[in-house]
Design a protein around this ligand. Structure first.
Ligand code: NAP
Length: 288
């Protein structure tokens, strides 16, 4: 149980976590914090938070658990601003989509409180943003990855693990660099490809006609290109080493596929598409 939970960034992820924990009566009070008071008033009206405060140091005062759910580019400033207000018992965690950059931001911003910080990442989300898009079932049966460091207090890790399990998630531990490589391949690269494809088509002179004839395949493949540009620009910059490695690998594979098409190599195409279909079907079966 958490007595006082502070969510900094009451958007899709922060708002969904708060909704879920409140439904389970896992915390007595939830304090929300972000820059825009109107967003916080809306979150309060929706019953996502009990109170709000736009000052970070005063929002975290007396909190047992502080969850930082802001865009990656804002993390360091938020950690720095909360430091003077943190209670002795406070555990701090985040939900950022890349971990090495957040660990560095927390090391700098939290200073002597860094051992109470547990880096985390829920592998759940939608292409929508803001508290209006939040819902309590978002983390149900989804994975949350924690990337604790050797100096992270074990009791802090267990408190964060218990919080996510209460929200219905399966909690796994990974090393920071392993997390960033895996997520670059499975999440960050697909988002870059979706943005790139839609941008490429949108720049064609006959784009209106093209989009008019786009059907289910286009819709499935490009749904994530409706995601928040600020969030994804931050993710690409924060995880640039691992992402660049994934882009380079993919470019080589795409070049090879281009050669296969140019050669008119039907068997080559069948081999690639059959292997991909098998892998995708196995993944889909596993999801069910
Ligand atoms: P979101 O819906 O846009 O929410 C972000 C929240 O942060 C908003 O409430 C915003 O409110 C607040 N905020 C922005 N800058 C701030 C600052 N400088 N100081 C204080 N508050 C600030 O975004 P989200 O999708 O929940 O993403 C939040 C984090 O979750 C990101 O780090 C992202 O990498 C991670 N994540 C996202 C997904 C996903 O699919 N969306 C999945 C997993 C992890 P104000 O405008 O009022 O400040």
């Amino acid at each position: 149980m958490i007595n006082r939970l502070c969510i900094i960034g009451v958007g899709l992820i922060g708002g969904s976590l708060s909704r879920s924990l409140r439904e389970q009566s896992y915390c007595s009070t939830v304090v929300g914090c972000s820059r825009d008071e109107k967003h916080l008033q809306r979150a309060q009206a929706l019953g996502v938070i009990d109170h709000y405060d736009t000052d970070i140091a005063s929002a975290v005062r007396d909190a047992d658990m502080v969850v930082v759910a802001v865009p990656l580019g804002a993390m360091e400033a938020v950690f720095t601003a909360m430091h003077p207000g943190l209670a002795e018992q406070a555990v701090i965690t985040d939900v950022g989509s890349s971990k090495a950059s957040v660990v560095e931001a927390a090391r700098t911003g939290l200073g002597d409180r860094f051992t109470a910080f547990v880096p985390g990442h829920p592998i759940a989300g939608t292409e929508k943003s803001g508290v209006e898009a939040s819902f309590s079932e978002l983390f149900q049966d989804r994975k949350v990855i924690l990337t604790p460091l050797p100096e992270t207090r074990p009791s802090a890790v267990e408190a964060v693990r218990a919080m996510w399990q209460t929200a219905g998630a399966e909690v796994l531990d990974l090393e920071v660099s392993h997390h960033d490589e895996v997520l670059a391949a499975t999440s960050h690269l697909p988002h870059v490809l979706a943005f790139a494809l839609v941008e490429s088509l949108a720049r064609m002179s006959d784009r209106d006609e093209i989009f008019q004839y786009a059907a289910g395949g286009f819709r499935d493949f490009t749904r994530i290109a409706s995601s928040d540009p600020v969030m994804w620009a931050d993710i690409c910059l924060a995880n640039h080493d691992a992402l660049l490695a994934a882009v380079t690998r993919f470019q080589a594979d795409l070049n090879e596929l281009q050669d296969t098409i140019e050669r008119g190599d039907r068997q080559g195409l069948l081999d690639v598409f059959s292997r991909a279909k098998q892998a995708r079907d196995r993944y889909a079966d596993g999801q069910q």
